[in-house]
Design a protein around this ligand. Sequence first.
Ligand code: ES4
Ligand code: ZN
Length: 324
Amino acid sequence: MDQFLNALPKAELHLHLEGSLEPELMFALAERNGIALAYDSVDELRQAYDFGNLQDFLDLYYQGAAVLQTEQDFYDLTWAYIERCQAQNVIHIEPFFDPQTHTARGIAFETVINGISRALKDAESQHGISTGLIMCFLRHLSEAEAFETLQQATPFLDNIIGIGLDSSEQDNPPAKFTRVFAKARELGLLTVAHAGEEGPAQNVIDALDILKVDRIDHGVRAADDTALMERLAHENIALTVCPLSNTRLRVFDDMSQHNILQMLEQGVKVTVNSDDPAYFGGYLTENFLALEKGLGMTHEQAIQLARNSFQYSFAKPERKAALL
Ligand code: ES4
Ligand code: ZN
């Protein structure tokens, strides 16, 4: 473990709470809730984490989330992630959750958000970690289902800072959610969207121009479009890049091929994030370490990446000033 990278103060802007469900906790919750898993052991489950693409991963990710049943389960999931943050000097977090993964199984929206929110509140009071929760819509589901989810969230708008868009990018372009994003913005919510992960650079353009997002999740395929790269740099549009995710899902064959440092040097406001750390082999420090090992990232570059994570966070101005 590189002491410098672990001790470096960092923010995480792209983390799916359901993707922080470690196999050990998955088995413990399965037992607590009397649920049968398709795997006999933690080792057997980990061996299944060999993905050819995004959809291979999503199939296992939605299956794994089925062990989450009670408010306490959502608390325990979130708290386990917060303890990882505490151990890695991650002092500001903006985690995602996918309510539809749970409401589709008959779990009440309030069960999910109350468990998560209570853990985030404890993170602030016990560890001084500042937080902002982002609710994601599953883009493989319909616009109507996204609207229904936004409706369910209305009593809890104080608990969330924004909305996002995740799941299968292929065949589910940003334009499918134009109206629900407009409605969320009217409600005062910030907006982000996964774009340019497996999908084309055009999805990044459409997320900006049609959904009017405040930040892009992944966005690595923007590098295919020179004009877009210049726009991202000049308009200070941040990308939440996830190096280990991208190699595990074969967006890049090897870390040595990853374009994050090239984008950084071109003036694009990139940040480092872990996405689904229980599935992709590491939390934030491990992602920074992978960049050092695979791309020769310097300490100066690491400091700039960490600085970007504070600068382009949705932290309140006074908190941001303290972080920077
Ligand atoms: C995700 Cl890596 C990734 N891409 C799209 N949707 C997701 N949900 C959880 N992880
Ligand atoms: Zn993601």
